[in-house]
Design a binder for this molecule. Sequence first.
Ligand SMILES: C[S@@+](CC[C@H](N)C(=O)[O-])C[C@H]1O[C@@H](n2cnc3c(N)ncnc32)[C@H](O)[C@@H]1O
Length: 275
Amino acid sequence: MLSYQHSYHAGGPADVHKHVALTLLLTHLTAKAKPASVIDLYAGNGVYALTAAAAQKTGEYHDGIAKLWAVQNPPAALGAYLRVVKHLNPGELSLYPGSPDIARQMLRPDDRLILNELHPTSFTALKGWVGHDDRIAVHKRDGLEALLALVPPQVRRGLALIDPSFEMKTDYTEIPVRLATAVEKWREGIFMIWYPVLADARHKPLLTGIAAIASPSFCAELTLPKPSSEKGLRGTGIVVVNPPWKFDAEMLEAGDAVAKILGGKHFTRWLREPT
Ligand SMILES: C[S@@+](CC[C@H](N)C(=O)[O-])C[C@H]1O[C@@H](n2cnc3c(N)ncnc32)[C@H](O)[C@@H]1O
């Protein structure tokens, strides 16, 4: 029962907030000379055409990346994110980088990118987008099953991105359970989880469950100025387990900058503070 297709939502406000956080984490990972791994468990297509029928149908990117793109002197806090988008679009804005493309652009020759995607159409698109790149491996498995199978990676400094479509309501309770085991298996790993904020606040058990894991976790949420066409999305959130030092302050600054451009309210908090 896989009906979600990210091509309808690429470049929308949720992508912007999530990908700003991702670029901040990748900046940390690539700041040290040691190699790093990125595991993207719900990878999607890799890259998206904003001119395609799906993106045009919802027009969500108009409320997201198109607004940032139009800013003349964007704040430095959004620099890494905008550099990635600009690299893909040397002229007009017509393509949007999915998380695999963001990681691929920021990773170095000795880094590793492990991608996973279950939807047959997205998997085919992803494989085609990867082409031949020795740094990248592609899997087609259930994301939560892959989480436990793929951690810890051989190169142990790294990040796992958990960005499901939440078509399965059980994800809200199942993710913290699997995550607890993954954190146990990969103590030095950074884990970033995206979640939707809907009218019925069904993400609450997800946050409570993650807060119960005995590792620091930091949460950033952006409430949208108007519900998105994405099934009543009221806001968008990320949780980072084992965030790098200073990520909390960087995310606060970058998220506030996003809110100033897109509208809406941004706030951050520790679910569990570092000891
Ligand atoms: C929100 S999108 C991912 C977007 C991508 N991470 C990005 O930021 O560009 C979620 C993806 O998960 C895929 N998916 C849905 N259920 C899955 C499952 N059980 N296991 C793996 N992938 C799944 C969907 O096909 C979709 O491409």
